[in-house]
Every structure is written in C-alpha cells, then in structure tokens.
Design a binder for this molecule. Sequence first.
Ligand code: PLP
Length: 379
Amino acid sequence: MSTDRVIFSRPYRASGELTNLEAVLASDHSHGDGQFTAAASAKLRSITEAPYALLTTSCTHALEMAGLLLELGPEDEVIVPSFAFTSTATSMALRGATVVFADIDSATGNLDPEAVAAVVTARTKAVVVIHYGGVAADMEGLQKLADTYGFAIIEDNAHGLGGRWRGRALGSIGTVGALSFHDTKNVHCGEGGALLLTDEILMARAEIIREKGTDRARFLRGAVDKYSWQDIGSSYLPSELNAAVLDAQLAEFETIQANRHRVWDAYAAALPEWAARNDVRLMSVPQDREHTAHLYYLRVPTEDRRDDLIKHLGSLGISAPFHYVPLDSSPAGLKLGRTPVPCVRSAEFSGTVVRLPLWPGLSAEQIERVLDGVTSFTV
Ligand SMILES: *Cc1c(COP(=O)(O)O)cnc(C)c1O
C-alpha cells in the first residue's frame, strides 16, 4: 500500500496546454483579448448560458468590477454571508459600501433568504451569494426579496461552474456572476476569473471598465476607428498566456467534472452508515440542484472532535482542511461591516466543517485510504 500523502487538491493538467501556450508565444501577441480569450469566453457562455462573459485576472477582480458596475458607494449596504471567502466582502468594502453580514442555512452553507430578510434596509443595493461547494443557494427566496426591495444579486460562483438550480445554469441567474480560475478551482489557469452578465448595457460598460477605462474592445471589433478614455476603469483583463491554459482546460471540462463526480460519489456512497453512527452530517444536495463536485465536506458535532478528525487524518498522511473563518468576527469584518443579527449558524458551520481530498486524478486506492481513515475515527 502506498504511504504517499493524499493531498487535498491538485490542479488539473489539460493535454492542450503546452500547444496553446506555444501558439501564443509564437504569435507575438500575448497581451489580452486575443484568440484564446475569445475561444475560452465562448466556452464559458455555453456552459453558463450567460449571453456575455469577460475573462478577468481573478474572481476577486470580477467582483470588484461588479461593485463598479452597480455604482456602489458609501451610502450603500451590501449583504454578504458571514461564512464566505474574504474577496466576497472586501470587493464590496473597496467601494466604500457597508458590508452587512447575514447568516447561512446550515443544510447547504449558503446565504439564508430569511436571514437576508431580517437585515435588509432601504440602503441595501446588492446581495452577494455563494453557491458553496457548487451547490446552488435558494435563488427563489433571494429573487423574491430582490423583487420586493429592488437590490441586485451578485453570484460569487467561484465554486459553481457547470452547476444548476432548477435547470438554470449558475452564474447567469443574478444581475452579475463571477467565476474563479485559481488553481484550487475545478478549472484553472493559475490565477484568473470571469465576469458573467445578461444585460447588454452593463456589458458595454464592463468592457470599458475592464480595459483601463477605454473602448479598446469596440476598436478591436472595428466599431470605432480609434480608442480613447471613456470611463473609470482598471486593468482587469488576463494575458493570452492565461487564456491559453484556460481554453485547454475548458476543452476537457466534461472529463474534469466526470472525474470529480467519481470521487464525490464514492464518498457519498460509502459514508452514510459511519456518519449516522457518529452523528456526523454529510454534505447533501437538495433535489432541485445539480452540484459541481467542487468540495466534499463532513460536519462533525463539535469543533474539538472536528479538529481531532483533522489530526487523525493528518497522522495517516491525508490532508483534510477546515474552511472559512466567519467574516463577521474577523478584524476587517468588525471594522468595515455590520452584523445586526448574530450569525450563529455560520460560526457553527465554520467550527464543524472538514473537507476531504477531491481532485480529478485521485485514484481508487487513495479514495479507499481516505474512507478507511475517516471510518476508523469514532466521534
Ligand atoms: C476562490 C474564491 C474566490 C476568489 O477567487 P480568486 O480568483 O482567487 O480571486 C472568491 N470567492 C470564493 C467563494 C472563492 O472560493
């Protein structure tokens, strides 16, 4: 039996990466918005059903662009789940908006519409939702509130490329969607992201914001004969080198996903009996959602025993980390945010969650080792 470490996540290698990279380097065009950006964006539009997709340098930058597009300012409030990644909140705080933390639904780890209803005010301009682990949030509940209060929904869809809620592709349900291609995500190019839009007017402005405030995108399409400074903006477009790797990965998206689901399904099939005996809650997917196998997590009854399980797995050479530290109690969250209602479920989720190794190349033998490691632990 192998005693190599079973690492938590290993970035996928797609077969076309080197050929694509060589083509970029040989072309004398490695700055952004070349053929691979166009090809990768087309693949993203097809997967997400978003009419518009713009590659960005990261998901964080796509979220910052969302903040600029929605014209967030110091008068505005943005509701963010407390159990979230820092970028989800800091991209909004960067515009001077007040981040208002709301609690999650313990069943999915996602923002709870009832918790949103409890903290929404006339100043709420946007709500950012994460589809945690690639399982969709309750979009119906959030959409009802959005219709009543008139706020925008931003989908931080870093985990959910290819996921669905009631048949609809994640990332194109809200006003704005953001994707991540960081090398810990299902599809990657080292660092990268994308902004997804359904509105033509927002898209026209997003192209300008992304390209240093210029209308270079229109110029490249031949719609104007020179480009000039049009609006505020920054440099949010990735180089063709990143797009070349991303396009090669997206060409194998189905293989990546099939292999991630193979691992996820093996865990989900093997663990229920052990979980029931030990009062452990397994990750679950509501009937009306198709998940992306981004994560497979367990929830152990107490934080102490969760930490003991992590140590136990570590002693067997298996990396199984915990996840987000609640943002509402973090130093910047306390300074830049408000928490009108304590986020108790978020704190509880954070203290009890543990993630198992999950990546496409995980072998049957490694999956067995993880399962033996987990089931040899008694909570
Ligand atoms: C990874 C991640 C991000 C940040 O992605 P980057 O591409 O690294 O900026 C944002 N939100 C969530 C939920 C993430 O998991």
